[in-house]
Design a protein around this ligand. Structure first.
Ligand code: ZN
Length: 294
């Protein structure tokens, strides 16, 4: 038992196993590319990290599990991120967006945080869930969740290779989505592998006290007082306490956003968004701040 957070990144498929194919993409290439970005970003954040494959290599499920468990041992503080692209019915282009599947032995927090952060990068969100073997409902359906001991694995499906628009969006945002996953892991666990609570924010590149205060509906002096800060210096990976009264989230409108899509993304309704933000028209301006109910 080692109480430090460590990360193992599994680039799904590889070599003889291309995974899903469609719209001029092979799943194994996209999973490798996003995994490499993610590896660099965890390293930059000072988190011990291993990549299960960094070439187009065929790996059996047994070998994959072995590499996972040999990276940092069989320990709950080892977060295993298995990267995948989804595929739907080839005759249907309706399936769209990201899913995270988490193990029966874990809670939903990491899976949920990953989807929240992917939504912040503009991806459409489907669901986070657990899936069991039909022959034995006490076991996980996916081997990377089932056979990886006491580690904390998540299987991320970033989007649908069967849906041209979806997979083009994913392929054009691999680095941003990798960033999102790193933020979600850092938001969920502190460096000692202990789960963070909701009122902790982990500093990422580009943050300032002002931007964080704005995001959580507080102000710079309150943040500084709460965190015993003498100056405004922040370092990447540092954690800040966020005041409890910030029960609503603030969303900043981006190009291409509309109320309907924002409502759907945050599981609310256009009516609620209009009411809480006191807006009557459908027009949004880029950079406009919207209050999102919890
Ligand atoms: Zn896959």
């Amino acid at each position: 038992m080692n109480d430090e957070l460590r990360v193992v990144i599994d680039a799904g498929h590889g070599g003889n196993d291309p995974g899903a194919i469609g719209n001029n993409f092979q799943e194994k290439d996209l999973t490798l590319e996003i995994s490499k970005y993610m590896y660099d970003k965890f390293r930059d954040a000072g988190i011990p990290v291993t990549l299960i494959r960094n070439t187009d290599e065929t790996i059996s499920p047994t070998e994959r599990v072995k590499r996972v468990l040999e990276s940092y041992g069989n320990d709950p503080n080892v977060v295993v991120i298995s990267n995948h692209m989804n595929s739907g019915d080839p005759n249907s282009e309706t399936a769209v967006g990201a899913e995270v599947i988490y193990a029966l032995r874990n809670d939903e927090v990491l899976a949920k945080n990953i989807l929240d952060e992917l939504a912040n990068e503009g991806q459409i969100i489907r669901k986070h869930y657990q899936r069991t073997l039909s022959s034995n409902p006490s076991k996980d359906y996916y081997f990377i969740l089932r056979d990886t001991g006491n580690t904390t694995p998540v299987l991320i499906e970033y989007g649908f290779i069967s849906n041209k628009e979806d997979i083009n969006r994913v392929a054009g945002n691999l680095e941003n989505y990798a960033d999102a996953v790193v933020r979600a892991v850092l938001k969920t666990y502190n460096r000692n592998g202990v789960q963070n609570d909701d009122n902790i924010y982990t500093i990422k590149s580009g943050d300032s006290l002002w931007s964080i205060a704005n995001k959580y509906g507080t102000n710079v002096s309150e943040l500084k007082a709460l965190n015993n800060m003498q100056n405004n210096m922040l370092t990447i990976g540092q954690t800040l306490k966020i005041p409890d009264n910030s029960s609503n989230e603030i969303y900043i409108v981006r190009p291409g956003d509309n109320l309907w899509e924002i409502a759907r993304r945050f599981n609310t309704t256009v009516q609620t968004l209009r009411a809480i933000n006191n807006i009557s028209s459908d027009n949004l301006s880029i950079g406009q701040k919207l209050i999102i109910p919890k």
